[in-house]
Write a protein that binds this ligand. Structure first.
Ligand SMILES: [Zn+2]
Length: 1201
């Protein structure tokens, strides 16, 4: 029987009873369905289980599940059902009849079905979108989401209560895990990244189009796009049982053992895309289960190593345990230095042969023999354990190592290390595990310089699994029983005992920041004492029992308010760990000062007591990250005084200062406040909300401009106001050749609003060509100087400058100017120099812009001296400064040359940019990643026009204090996410033009170029300069919107030092080589200089091997082509790529002197980078990790939309 016949027979039988099988609640049938009887083809194909088992179409899927009916329900088994049962679903609008529904709850979704046999739900509600569950009487309850409410009726009150209890518990657990907390900090909506394709499709049986989403290994159906955004869908299809079949021009079927979904797209091209996306999804689903199936072959791996749940599909890859989803969530909370959680199904890339093999050999059995050697039954967890129980157990098991089997050498570091070096050369993985987690150092020195550490030893001995295990545990934290949370650590510090007492006025404690002024009436007078690290307050000084007390170690922050913030002249705030704040006041500033000092002294860690010497407005402890170790957040002590943030970092004894006005960037990312300085990035983390918000506001305020003099502005590293720097930079990039620059006045209203914006927060303003006119920007700069309090030359010295202009003797005049310059405050001096330097450049282009020195002086004299223009001497000063710029400012030749280079580069870029239209200008701070794209690896770098890829690479390595070793080829890569391809920049390539050309799907990353060594060897050893051979070739035709791509085909290629040629007739060619180049006309030919070659081909194109290139071609007429080349082996790919590099760079592929360049840089910069960068994290781990993991999880979009 053919599929079609099969379908026909089924239709008649099933139509009446099953036709509404998929549709859902609020649900007017007519909205969703055509009249079923009217048109046969519109009927819903709904297959029963038995029919399909005999059907040929799905036999593949069925055989995968060993044919049992249980097995068929594989999709449902992947997530254990927590509760299921019959409930009455609230009737749709306008109806009074309750509908009986089979309702299932798992860790992710609440779903309901027509019957318990159905596979595809009528509705799914992600647990994450449930806000709460409420009882509404008569055995009824409501499930409330942000946008909608679903009402159910149970058979009895007891049943109703049971449902409510279970649901509420699930919701609470999610909340407890912090997943719902992110609303405070605007969660990134990166979840959408995991969608492979989405859009509207007709589904046979439905009147309206459905919104269909292909994400990872599932296809989701939604009523419409709005529902998709809200996360509330109809059903989802697990693609491991799916099969996609072309039907006709626009139609295709998605067949599963339970049902055929007949889709129809808008066009045949659309259809092809959908078919491709769904096929990809099937491939993903199948290969995904492959890893799991293989690992489950070992009996012990079929149950969660921690709680015993069946079919665990997560793993900790460093601990080598297979775990269930719920345990995985708790593992994440422990942080990656303890356990690295990956999915067996979704994180395909990590599952190398070695890792799978390691899991088969170690896995739950060997791991638990060590980790769970002594678990008291009372502490063990099981399938039904709650979240907190699990967490407690996992901390004890892996973080504290409480149940582990101690190695006999435990405590003897040297012996442990020796034993590890010996063991890794054998196949005894259990012993290695025991040694490593009892303290042996994975990176210890072996004593043999050739194989200096256990990893090298294992490699030498050919012990690949040992290597794999060691690599994953290179940075693992060793269990420590005494390692507690940061709070516990805190209690162990002995704080100095300070005694102080007196009357204070106090408000009740608060859970919110105090924004409004508190009047005197809101305070009550209390007798307060500070004694033995406890602050107590009493009704009056005769009472013996305090009204309340604050332990010093609970205090996280102390704030000294500015005078008259509240009804009392002086006030201070105390923040404690449990997110409360206390406000105290007095009319006696001196007494308050004493209280603040006393309290500060008694809660600040003695190590950080230097902070007490500042006239701080805020002091306390915070979690931070930075430095080389971004994995773990540390505790630091911070004090904010004016615009400087002083800090004592965890592993440093000396204090560091962050000049907030000089920050390159200040932003909130996720739950962190990110402070970017030239040489480091500091992440301050919101461990608690209340004091963190206070710090954020205070730091933001201190980092902003505080007045109208120069030194009160936000400053650059070189002490120039950011406002000036931004404008000068912009004019340099876009206005040097603009006629009448600085003379033309621009639009008044635009100037006013731009200046206002810059004054508010110059750092955040990005001037862009097209958005900002050069004349508006130049006018803004002039107005800033004209309105400057105290002026650029200061009121004090202003007249002296004017007098100097009248001096006739040239030498005398220059010397006076130089003297006056040195008398200026630092910021003024730096600004004068920057401005004159800029004007010097402007006059350099006077032939084009008509602004020679004299003209500039006429404009700037009155502006800088804030005169009405009647005193000619003001213009004279400016003219003198520009024309004698080199002498007065002692500019040396090198500096001069650098400037010329920069100007040339800018002009060149403008010429290039003006034609392609991609030019932007302003302040080129760009984000570059180290090794991979993730927040912790972000570096913000200002890119001058002259910077090369090599310089950028070194800058990043220096910032992160990474030492390069011989034969490590660190390079900057341009990564194109859309094309899934990347290109290592040539070391001499200028970064800025590349940056301008980057699309939104692209970014720069600095990492090692692993194949460089082999490429250099190949280049050194090859005989001829040209390269030829077969490659698989595919053209990108979709660019033109024409037809289908044609797949990959064999072509013969020849690359010589000027062009790449493609030949179609392989056979005739092969015989003629090497004479071919002259005798045969190539089918295609491209000049090499117009090619951009990227490594990698997007998976969607199904390249025949993973050794491919994506090539972009653009000729002088800006005609573009894109095509793909694929090699059979990695070696071939390497050779071709090396040849491209060789040809494109005139044989100069890698710098011979690079290490020396770096060495000299490092020395020169060592005075700057004294503190390590500070990566951060801490208790918020949990949230951060969960969020990160969920972002990698394709289902997130459905949970959090
Ligand atoms: Zn478990």
């Amino acid at each position: 029987m053919s599929d079609k016949d099969d379908a026909e027979t089924m239709r008649g039988r099933l139509r009446s009873e099953r036709v509404n099988s998929l549709f859902s609640e609020d649900e007017l049938i007519e909205d969703y369905y055509d009249q079923p009887a009217a048109n046969d083809s519109s009927c819903w194909n709904d297959y029963g289980l038995s029919t399909l088992q005999s059907s040929g179409t799905v036999s593949r899927s069925i055989s995968m599940h060993s044919g049992s009916t249980e097995g068929l329900d594989a999709s449902a088994q992947l997530l254990p059902i927590i509760k299921a049962g019959w409930l009455d679903k609230n009737p749709p609008q306008g109806s009074y009849i309750y509908q009986k529904r089979w309702v299932k709850l798992d860790a992710d979704y609440l779903r309901y079905f027509d019957s318990e046999k159905d596979t595809y739900s009528k509705r799914f509600i992600p647990v994450t979108s449930i806000v709460r569950v409420a009882s509404i009487g008569d055995q009824k309850f409501e499930v409330i989401t942000n946008n909608r409410t679903f009402a159910f009726r149970a058979e009895s009150d007891a049943d109703r209560n049971e449902w409510m209890r279970t649901l509420q518990q699930m919701v609470d657990e999610r909340k407890f895990k912090g997943l719902n907390r992110i609303s405070l900090f605007q969660p990134p909506t990166s979840a959408l990244d995991s969608v492979d394709k989405c859009g509207l499709l007709e589904l046979r049986g439905f009147k309206n189009k459905l919104y269909v989403v292909v994400a990872g290994d599932k296809v989701f159906l939604y009523k419409n796009a709005e529902d998709y955004r809200q996360g509330i869908g109809i059903t989802y299809i697990e693609m491991n049982v799916g099969n996609v079949k072309d039907v006709d021009r626009r139609g295709f079927d998605l067949t599963t053992p339970y049902r055929i979904f007949s889709f129809s797209a808008d066009s045949d091209q659309e259809k092809d895309e959908w078919v491709e996306a769904m096929q990809q999804s099937i491939t993903e689903a199948l290969s995904n289960s492959e890893v799991a199936e293989r690992i489950w072959l070992v009996e012990a791996n079929r149950f969660c190593a921690d709680c015993g749940s069946p079919k665990p599909d997560w793993a900790s890859i460093n601990l080598c345990v297979v775990i269930c989803k719920r345990c995985a969530g708790e593992h994440r909370g422990l942080g990656p230095s303890i356990t690295k959680v990956r999915s067996l199904k979704m994180d395909r890339k990590v599952w190398t042969e070695e890792l799978i093999e390691l899991f088969c050999q170690v896995g739950n059995c060997v791991a638990n023999q060590f980790w769970a050697a002594n678990v008291p039954p009372s502490e063990a967890i099981h399938v039904a354990s709650g979240s907190q129980e699990r967490r407690r157990f996992l901390i004890a098991k892996y973080k504290e190592g409480k149940y582990r089997r101690y190695h006999p050498l435990f405590g003897n570091q040297e012996e442990l290390n020796k034993a590890l070096c010996a063991t890794v050369t054998t196949s005894d993985l259990a012993e290695t595990q025991s040694l490593v987690f009892c303290g042996a150092e994975v990176s210890c020195f072996s004593g043999d310089p050739d194989f200096p550490n256990p990893i090298a030893l294992a490699e030498q001995a050919g012990q690949k699994l040992q290597m794999e295990f060691l690599l994953h545990n290179k940075n693992s934290e060793i269990p420590q029983v005494e390692a507690g949370s940061s709070e516990e650590k805190h209690y162990s510090v002995i704080l100095p005992s300070v005694t102080h007492n007196g009357f204070l006025h106090k408000t009740p404690s608060m859970a919110k920041l105090v924004h409004e002024r508190k009047s005197r009436e809101e305070f009550s007078r209390r007798w307060c004492t500070l004694n033995d690290s406890i602050f107590s307050y009493y009704e009056n000084d005769r009472n013996a029992v305090p009204n309340g007390e604050i332990k010093m170690e609970e205090i996280v922050c102390l704030v000294n308010n500015p005078p008259d913030t509240h009804g009392f002249e002086s006030t201070f705030e105390v923040y404690i760990e449990s997110e409360r704040l206390y406000l105290f006041g007095l009319d006696n500033p001196e007494a308050i000062r004493k209280w603040v000092k006393s309290i500060a002294k008694s809660f600040i860690h003695p190590r950080a007591d230097e902070l007490l010497s500042y006239d701080f407005e805020r002091i306390g402890r915070l979690q931070y990250k930075g430095g080389l170790n971004l994995e773990r957040a540390k505790e630091g002590w911070f004090a904010l005084a004016q615009s400087v943030l002083y800090a004592f970092f965890e592993d440093s004894d000396k204090e560091e200062a962050v000049h907030l006005k000089k920050l390159q960037e200040l932003s909130i990312q996720g739950d962190s406040l990110v402070l970017v300085e030239r040489r480091r990035t500091l992440y301050i983390q919101g461990e608690r909300k209340l004091d963190f918000l206070g710090w954020v506001a205070a730091i933001q305020k201190a980092a902003g401009s505080s007045g109208d003099t120069l030194s009160e502005q936000q400053l650059t590293e070189s002490d120039i106001p950011v406002i000036v720097d931004r404008c000068i930079d912009y004019i340099t990039q876009c206005g040097l050749t603009s006629e009448g620059i600085y003379r033309k006045s621009g639009q008044n209203s635009k100037t006013t609003s731009l200046l206002e914006m810059l004054r508010k927060d110059a750092r955040r303003v990005r001037l862009k060509e097209g958005e900002h006119h050069v004349d508006d920007v130049s006018n803004t700069l002039k107005r800033f100087f004209r309105d400057l309090g105290d002026g650029l030359f200061t009121k004090e010295f202003c007249q002296d400058w004017l007098k100097a202009a009248a001096v006739e003797n040239e030498e005398e005049k220059v010397s006076q100017y130089r003297h006056l310059l040195s008398s200026l405050p630092v910021v003024n001096r730096a600004t004068v120099k920057a401005l004159i330097n800029h004007l010097y450049r402007v006059q350099y282009f006077s032939e084009m812009n008509q602004m020679n020195t004299h003209n500039l002086a006429i404009v700037f004299g009155p502006t800088l001296f804030q005169t009405d223009g009647k005193d000619y001497k003001a213009g004279r000063v400016v003219e003198d400064l520009i024309s004698r710029y080199v002498v007065i400012f002692s500019v040396d030749e090198q500096e001069m040359r650098k400037q010329q280079d920069e100007i040339q580069a800018i002009i060149k870029m403008r010429i290039a940019g003006s034609s392609s239209g991609t030019q932007q200008a302003g302040d080129f701070i760009c984000t570059v990643y180290l090794e991979e794209k993730k927040t912790e690896a972000e570096q913000h770098i200002k890119i001058p026009a002259t910077m090369t890829a090599e310089e950028l690479t070194f800058e990043i390595l220096d910032r992160r204090k990474i030492e390069t070793k011989e034969k490590e080829y660190w390079s900057c890569f341009e990564v194109n996410e859309r094309e899934e391809a990347e290109r290592p920049l040539h070391y001499s390539e200028k970064v800025l033009p590349i940056l301008h050309g980057l699309g939104t799907d692209s970014y720069l990353v600095v990492k090692k170029q692993l194949s460089m060594e082999n490429m250099l060897i190949y280049l050194a050893s090859r005989v001829s300069d040209s390269k030829h051979g077969m490659m698989k070739f595919r053209e990108e035709r979709n660019v033109l919107g024409l037809g289908l791509s044609t797949g990959f085909h064999d072509r013969y290629f020849i690359l010589n030092n000027s062009c790449l040629r493609l030949y179609k007739e392989v056979r005739s060619l092969k015989q003629r080589i090497p004479a071919v180049e002259t005798s045969h006309r190539p089918e295609k030919e491209w000049p090499v200089k117009n090619l951009k070659v990227y490594l990698g081909i997007k998976k969607k194109l199904r390249p025949p091997s993973c050794w491919g290139f994506t090539v972009f071609y653009e000729n002088e007429k800006h005609e573009k082509q894109q095509w793909y080349l694929c090699c059979d082996t990695q070696m071939e790919l390497r050779e071709w790529f090396a040849s491209f590099l060789y040809v494109q760079n005139g044989g100069n592929v890698w710098p011979s002197e690079s290490s020396k360049v770096r060495a000299s840089r490092t020395q020169q910069d060592s005075r700057l980078g004294n503190i390590s960068l500070i990566p951060l994290r801490g208790n918020e781990n949990e949230m951060r990790n969960s969020v990160a993991a969920f972002a990698a999880d394709p289902l997130t979009l459905l949970r959090n939309v």
